[in-house]
Design a binder for this molecule. Structure first.
Ligand code: C5P
Length: 400
């Protein structure tokens, strides 16, 4: 299976004569297949122009926190969320001080403060500025925050002096990044996950539902996002929070879940972990009343759409479609039959037990991975561990 993989890099160029070297760095990163977005600070734009930067990035160059156009089209939150790695090159003494102090008064500092992505800093400044105890204290702090440094090096400076503070050469920065970067394995891929129960209304106050907590589906969405995928989670009513960094859409009925899934296509991966109600009911506009004569209401049930099957047979079918199978008997045989019936690539199957052993709401589950080659017992483990293992399986299939 060939699925494209791409490293998303956000380059922040601050004010310094070495800013010209960043243009060469963009060229090297682009040649290597990276998707590069750039923020040029006010100081940076005194040395290189937004036009040169955007022409080399083949992306718009972002400059202003207060630009209505930039914030509407991209925004500082999206700039940080959609990056796998942030590189600051050149990083001026002033920008280092601002980041170390947690400032957020322009697009670069606000994006950095709003980010949990790895940050690599490539300083460039006069040797006295570099050796100044204030700069060194900022560097110590930034290292403690987990930021990585490349350089500076020692040599002749643009100001005519000699010493430590020269920005590393673009090829050296690139080689260092290549050596140390482990690109997010699912970066550049889109994934759709369904999770939780569906509620099928009988009347304005009652519904048919089930005990699904959404823990497994939400854990899978979070793990996919951590691996770099761009994830849309379609969730039925649950009491757990939306996973961080995941675009979550809340629905109630199976019909709404199907519509939201169809709108989310095309994606590269789809995982249906939701416990979709098999039947809905004809909804009464008013609350169904108890009858004086004691006669019971007759509920007219209708079959719900099979969302997994609809996705797996869709003309925009994702490359990898994964379903779940909760069975009460003949686990392997039933789950293998489901693989073919629903046209999916993998099924995670589990035996459903009632009472204390129930998987619903529990933090653990005992699953088997079923594919065309057979079945693997994953044992009884935490739902988060199942999510991580499933993502590892997806990575293997993506690499093929
Ligand atoms: O047929 P069964 O309900 O056992 O299949 C379970 C799998 O199918 C799960 O992945 C579930 O999310 C999905 N499913 C669905 N739409 C339905 C019923 C099940 O997507 N209406």
């Amino acid at each position: 299976m060939a699925l494209s993989k791409q490293q998303n890099i956000l380059l922040i160029i601050s004010g310094g004569i070495a800013a010209y070297k960043s243009l060469e760095l963009i060229r090297l990163l682009k040649k290597d297949g990276a998707n590069v977005r750039a923020i040029l600070t006010k100081g940076g734009s005194q040395f290189v122009t937004p036009l040169s930067v955007s022409a080399l990035c083949e992306n718009e160059c972002f400059t202003d926190l207060w630009s209505l156009k930039d914030e509407t089209e991209m925004g500082h939150i999206r700039l940080s969320r959609e990056a796998d790695l942030i590189i600051i090159a050149p990083a001026s003494a002033d920008l280092l001080a601002k980041i170390a102090g947690g400032h957020a008064d322009d697009l670069a500092t606000t994006t950095l403060l709003a980010s949990d992505k790895p940050v690599t800093i490539v300083p460039a400044m006069n040797h006295m500025m570099w050796n100044n105890p204030a700069t060194q204290a900022n560097i110590t702090k930034l290292r403690e925050y987990g930021h990585t440094f490349i350089g500076p090096t020692e040599g002749d400076m643009a100001c005519g002096e000699h010493g430590m503070g020269r920005m590393s050469e673009p090829q050296d920065i690139f080689d260092h990044l290549k050596k140390n970067s482990k690109p997010n394995p699912l970066s550049g891929l889109k994934a759709l996950v369904t999770s939780g129960p569906t509620y099928e209304p009988l009347d304005p106050v009652r519904f048919i539902g089930n005990r699904s907590s959404g823990k497994q589906g939400h854990a899978i969405a979070a793990a996919l996002s951590k691996a770099g995928a761009n994830v849309t989670l379609i969730s039925g009513p649950v009491s757990i929070p939306n996973p961080k960094g995941v675009h979550t859409i809340h629905i109630e009925t199976a019909a709404e879940m199907l519509e939201a899934c169809q709108n989310a296509l095309p994606t590269d991966i789809a995982i249906c972990a939701a416990a979709v109600a098999d039947w809905g009911a004809e909804t009464n506009a008013h609350k169904i009343k108890k009858r004086e004569d004691g006669a019971l209401p007759v509920l007219a049930l209708k079959e719900n759409p099979d969302i997994l099957r609809a996705i797996a047979t869709h003309k925009k079918r994702p490359n990898l479609v994964i379903g779940f199978a909760a069975e009460t008997e003949n686990l392997a045989a039933n789950a293998t039959a489901k693989l073919a019936k629903k046209n999916c690539d993998l099924v995670l199957a589990n035996l459903v037990q009632s009472g204390a052993e129930s998987v619903f709401g529990s933090d653990q589950n005992h699953v088997y991975l079923i594919d065309a080659n057979g079945s693997q017992d994953w044992g009884k483990v935490d739902k988060k561990a199942i999510a991580a293992r499933l993502v590892a399986e997806i990575e293997k299939r993506v690499e093929k």
